[in-house]
Design a protein around this ligand. Structure first.
Ligand code: ATP
Ligand code: MG
Length: 569
C-alpha cells in the first residue's frame, strides 16, 4: 500500500515491502551463504485468525518470493493451554491459505533437551540462578523504565546449589510457582527485559507431545531465538511488540552461537480489525461460553470461521496485500476493506441463482394452468465461459414480500397495484389485485403477463423500471439461510475497558430464516464450498450443517455494504 512508501522506506525498490527489501539486501550481500529461511511460529493454544494470516502471508510469502523456505514451528512451551486439536486446525488453515512447509514441521518441544542443556551450562558459568521468590515478589523488584530494579536475595547462590535446585525442579520435587530459573544479567538495565528475565518455570501438567518428561518449561524469550537458531532460520519476522525483546533474543542466541550467524529479527505492524477482537484468550472465552457456535463460527475472525462463512483464500490474501506491512502501529483497519476484497472475488467466481428469502405467492391469472416452461439464466456474467442453466417457470411463483407495496411511495419501482415489472429472465407482469387474510396480511398477489415479452421475443425490448427475482412455486426447494452481521456492535471492543467485552456483542449478528425458496439448480448444486450469488440478495455458500434433506446456507456477505449506509444515516 501507498503508506509503505514514506520516508522510512523511501529507498525501497519498486514493489517490495520493507521486510522484502531487507531480505533482498541480505541476499545480495551474500549473508548466511545466500540462504533464506523464515518460520511461522504459532502457539497451538487456539485457532488462527485473520491477524495470523497477515503473518503467514509474510513468512511464507517472502520465502516464496526469493526462493527460500519457511518452516512451520509450533511454539508449544505451555502445556496447560495447548492441544493437538489446535495443531491440526493450524495446519489445515495454512494449507487452505495456499502455503506449504513440506517436511519442515517443527516444535519448540523438540528442542527441550538442548534448551535444558543450555540452561545447565549457563548455571555452571554463573549466568543463571534459581530464585525462590513468588512471582509477585519478583515483579515488585523489577523497577520501572526510569528506576533500576532490586537484586533478588537468591541472586548470589552458588553454582552447586543452583544446579541442584534446578535439577530437582525438573525432577518434580517442588510445586508450581515455588521456584524459577532466571538469567543473571542486569537489574539496572535500561531494557526491562534484561532485568534477570525468567528462563524456566515449573509446570506440572502433561505436555501434548512430551507427556510427563518435563516439569520445567522454557519461557518464550528463552525458547524462541534458540529454536530459530537450531533450525537455521535466517530471518525471524514477527510483530512490533517484540522490538524490545530483540536484544534479549540476540543475547540468548549468542550463548549458543559463534559470532558468524544469528537469525535476524524483523518486526512489522500487527493487524487489528474493526468490530471484532483478535485476542486468543477472548476468542477462547466466546467458544467456551458458547457465545458463538465454535472456533469456526462464521462470525469469528478466525480463518476457519471465514472459510465456513464462504470467504476465499484469494480474497483474504488480496486484502492482506492491500493493507501492506509497515513499522507504524496502526490503530484499526476497517473490516469493510476485507469485505470489499471478499465481494470482489465472489463477484468474479460465484454462480448466479435465484432464491426468495421472504416469499409471497404471485399467481399469473392469464397463464395456462398446466403449462411449464424453462427459462435460461446466465451462470456468471463476469465469466464468459461459465455457461447458462435453466429455471422452471409456471403459473405460480414466489417473489420477495418487500418487492410489493400496496400503497407505494413515488419512487418505488417494484411491484404495486396496476404497475408493471419484469420477472428476471422471463416475462413482464402487471399487478391486478391481491388476496388478504382476516388480519389484512397479503396472502397472494395476482398478475397478468404479457406473452410477447419473454427474452428472444420482440416484446422483450419493452422497458419497465423494475426487475424482480423470483422462484417457480411448484419446483421451489425449501432452505434455511443464516444471515451474519458483525460480531460486535462497536468499532473497537478492546478500547471499551470499562465494559466486559461480552456485553458488546451484537445481538443481531446471526439471524436464521427458514422457509426460503430456492430455484432447483441451486439445491442440486449445493455442495460444500460451492459459491453462489442469490440475485439481488448476496453471496451464499452451503453451511457445514447442510444436508440434501435440510439445506442450510450461510450468507457470506450482502451485495453492498449496507453497514456504511446505516452508519451515515
Ligand atoms: P498469544 O501469543 O497471546 O497466544 P498471538 O496472537 O501472538 O497470541 P501466536 O500463536 O504466538 O499468537 O502468533 C503466531 C505469530 O502470528 C506470531 O509471529 C505473531 O507475531 C503473529 N501474529 C499474531 N497476531 C497477529 C496480528 N494481529 N497481526 C499480525 N501478526 C500476528
Ligand atoms: Mg505470541
Amino acid at each position: 500500500m501507498v503508506e509503505n512508501k514514506d520516508a522510512e522506506t523511501a529507498e525501497v525498490s519498486k514493489g517490495l515491502n520493507f521486510v522484502e527489501q531487507i531480505v533482498a539486501d541480505d541476499l545480495k550481500a551474500g549473508k548466511n551463504g545466500g540462504r533464506l529461511n523464515t518460520r511461522f511460529p504459532p502457539e497451538p493454544n487456539g485457532y488462527l485468525h485473520i491477524g495470523h494470516a497477515k503473518a503467514i502471508c509474510m513468512d511464507f510469502g517472502v520465502a516464496e518470493k526469493f526462493g527460500g523456505t519457511c518452516n512451520l514451528r509450533f511454539d508449544d512451551t505451555n502445556p496447560t493451554k495447548e492441544d493437538t486439536e489446535y495443531v491440526d486446525a493450524i495446519r489445515e488453515d495454512i494449507h487452505w491459505l495456499g502455503f506449504d512447509w513440506a517436511d519442515r514441521e517443527y516444535y519448540a518441544s523438540d528442542y527441550f533437551p538442548q534448551l535444558y542443556d543450555l540452561a545447565i551450562r549457563m548455571i555452571k558459568e554463573g549466568k543463571a540462578y534459581v530464585d525462590d521468590q513468588t512471582s509477585e515478589e519478583i515483579a515488585a523488584q523489577k523497577g520501572t523504565p526510569t528506576q533500576p530494579g532490586t537484586n533478588s536475595p537468591y541472586r548470589e547462590r552458588s553454582v552447586e546449589e543452583n544446579l541442584d535446585l534446578f535439577q530437582r525442579m525438573n525432577a518434580g520435587e517442588f510445586d508450581e510457582g515455588a521456584r524459577v530459573l532466571r538469567a543473571k544479567i542486569d537489574m539496572a538495565s535500561s531494557n526491562m527485559h534484561f532485568r534477570d528475565p525468567i528462563m524456566y518455570r515449573i509446570i506440572k501438567y502433561p505436555h501434548h507431545r512430551t507427556g510427563n518428561t518435563w516439569n520445567v518449561y522454557p519461557m518464550y524469550d528463552f525458547a524462541h531465538g534458540q529454536s530459530d537458531y537450531f533450525e537455521g532460520v535466517t530471518h525471524s519476522i514477527c510483530t512490533l511488540e517484540f522490538v524490545p525483546h530483540r536484544p534479549l533474543y540476540e543475547y540468548f542466541v549468542k550463548e549458543l552461537a559463534d559470532e558468524s550467524y544469528c537469525p535476524r529479527q524483523i518486526e512489522f505492524n500487527r493487524l487489528n480489525l474493526t468490530y471484532t477482537v483478535m485476542s486468543k484468550r477472548k476468542l477462547l472465552q466466546l467458544v467456551k461460553e458458547k457465545l458463538v457456535a465454535g472456533w469456526d463460527d462464521p462470525r469469528m475472525p478466525t480463518i476457519s470461521g471465514m472459510r465456513r462463512r464462504g470467504y476465499t483464500p484469494r480474497a483474504i490474501r488480496n486484502f492482506i496485500d492491500r493493507i501492506g506491512y509497515t513499522k507504524i502501529e496502526e490503530a484499526m483497519i476497517s473490516v469493510s476493506l476485507l469485505e470489499h476484497a471478499v465481494r470482489e472475488d465472489l463477484n468474479a467466481i460465484s454462480t448466479r441463482g435465484m432464491a426468495v428469502i421472504n416469499p409471497v405467492k404471485l399467481v399469473i391469472t392469464n397463464y395456462p394452468d398446466d403449462q411449464n416452461e424453462m427459462v435460461e439464466m446466465e451462470n456468471n456474467p463476469e465469466n464468459p465461459t461459465s455457461g447458462t442453466h435453466t429455471m422452471p417457470f409456471s403459473k405460480e411463483i414466489y417473489i420477495e414480500r418487500d418487492d410489493f407495496m400496496e400503497n407505494p411511495p413515488k419512487k418505488f419501482f417494484r411491484l404495486a397495484p396496476d404497475s408493471e415489472v419484469r420477472l428476471k429472465g422471463a416475462y413482464i407482469v402487471k399487478c391486478t389485485g391481491v388476496k388478504k387474510d382476516a388480519d389484512g396480511n397479503i396472502e397472494e398477489i395476482y398478475c397478468t403477463y404479457d406473452p410477447e415479452t419473454r427474452s428472444g421475443l420482440p416484446g422483450s425490448q419493452r422497458k419497465v423500471k423494475g426487475t424482480l427475482h423470483w422462484v417457480d412455486a411448484k419446483h421451489a426447494v425449501d432452505a434455511t439461510v443464516r444471515l451474519y452481521d458483525r460480531l460486535f456492535s462497536v468499532e473497537n471492543p478492546s478500547a471499551e475497558t470499562d465494559k466486559d467485552f461480552r456485553e458488546l456483542l451484537n445481538p443481531e449478528s446471526l439471524i436464521e430464516i427458514r422457509g426460503v425458496k430456492l430455484e432447483p439448480f441451486i439445491a442440486e448444486n449445493a455442495r460444500k464450498g460451492e459459491k453462489f450469488q442469490f440475485q439481488r440478495i448476496g453471496y451464499f455458500t452451503p453451511d457445514y450443517d447442510s444436508t440434501s434433506e435440510n439445506l442450510i446456507f450461510n450468507r457470506t456477505i450482502a451485495l453492498k455494504d449496507s453497514w456504511e449506509k446505516v452508519k451515515k444515516a
